[in-house]
Design a protein around this ligand. Structure first.
Ligand SMILES: NC(=O)c1ccc[n+]([C@@H]2O[C@H](COP(=O)([O-])OP(=O)(O)OC[C@H]3O[C@@H](n4cnc5c(N)ncnc54)[C@H](OP(=O)(O)O)[C@@H]3O)[C@@H](O)[C@H]2O)c1
Length: 311
């Protein structure tokens, strides 16, 4: 009996030590990545990777904020989105506010392989130091079941092309010149939903799980050749995409804080407040959120949210 108690005590001590080490590591990581100003790599470090940054989905929300912040840090910017008038407007704003050169490429990322020839031609001869694969879409505004939108097949194909194909193809276009120069940074904007299946965001969360997995693997493949790949998995940022939710971090602050983490971590929720929120995620276990009761609860929450912001 005595020896069984000793074994239990030893197990308890090992568990407590493991938890203590884990908490110490996590807190140390948070302080290093988000709070230590002297750890910041700074604008010259960023510019040393190449004179240009390419941002997909650059005319609003997080992409626009990244484009402005990268320009503020001294990079010339290629903006890629669907609307030429918005592209021209934003390009002029960047030139006016930050004094950098810009180029615009009009593209609709819901298209297939055929759209990438023109993008490749538009990027030819540019020394691209930073690629931000930001463009992304929900298949229907808010939280809905898979079949609860019109023209489901087309919407799902759009989500896959926009959220998945764009990341893969843009990486394939830009990576060769980064590898040739032994320098470059690819930032893939994922989502906190990339960690686990999310009922009512099924295709979106699955597309982001792809982004996360792809980023980590490509990052591992090319790290030794001087190319860094960072996955940014935000919680809620106040943009057009989240207008139904209507809360979230300001996009400009988010992009600034997320860019400060470059070179310090290859995976980040982007900012301290989102990092703290991501600690809470495991408190709601995956088995519960996928269970009948979990799905019911999410559905109730989604409806309440919709009603609240409809008024
Ligand atoms: N906002 C959040 O809370 C949040 C949280 C986690 C992850 N994210 C991710 O962050 C990224 C940016 O989201 P956001 O909230 O900033 O979105 P947003 O405000 O809706 O902006 C989307 C941008 O992409 C462009 N765009 C949209 N569809 C396009 C298409 N088919 N082809 C080309 N360009 C397109 C839009 O410009 P045009 O309309 O002119 O084309 C716009 O510039 C996405 O990948 C999203 O999944 C956002």
């Amino acid at each position: 009996m005595e020896s069984e108690w000793d074994a239990l005590r030893a197990l308890g001590a090992v568990t407590a030590l493991w938890l203590l080490l884990r908490v110490t590591w996590e807190v140390g990581h948070l302080v290093y990545v988000y709070l230590l100003p002297q750890a910041r790599r700074g604008a010259p470090w960023l510019r040393a990777h190449g004179a240009w940054a390419v941002v997909t989905g650059a005319t609003s929300g997080i992409g626009k904020a990244y484009a402005h912040e990268l320009a503020r840090r001294g990079l010339n910017i290629v903006l890629i989105s669907r609307s030429l008038s918005k592209l021209d407007y934003e390009a002029k704003e960047i030139e006016r506010l930050h004094g950098r050169i810009t180029r615009v490429i009009q593209a609709d990322f819901t298209g297939g392989l055929e759209i990438y020839g023109a993008i490749e031609a538009g990027l030819k001869d540019l020394e691209i130091g930073v690629l931000v694969n930001n463009v992304g879409m929900l298949y229907t505004p808010g939280f809905k079941k898979l079949l609860d939108c019109d023209n489901v097949a087309k919407r799902l194909s759009d989500v896959v092309n926009c959220n998945v194909m764009s990341v893969v193809q843009m990486t394939a276009i830009v990576l060769p010149q980064m590898v040739a120069r032994g320098k470059g940074i690819i930032i893939n904007i994922s989502s906190l939903s990339d960690r686990r299946p999310c009922p009512f965001l099924a295709a979106y969360a699955a597309s982001k799980a792809f982004v996360r997995s792809f980023s980590r693997a490509v990052g591992a493949e090319y790290f030794s050749q001087g190319v860094g790949v960072q996955t940014v998995s935000p919680y809620t940022v106040a943009t057009n995409m989240t207008r139904d939710v209507s809360f979230g971090k300001n996009a400009e602050d988010f992009a600034r804080e997320a860019l400060d983490t470059l070179g310090l971590t290859s995976q980040t929720p982007g900012c301290l407040s989102h990092a703290l929120q991501s600690f809470l995620l495991p408190l709601l276990p995956s088995w519960f959120s996928l269970s009948r009761w979990g799905v019911k609860l999410t559905s109730l929450w989604a409806n309440r949210l919709k009603e609240k912001f409809a008024n």
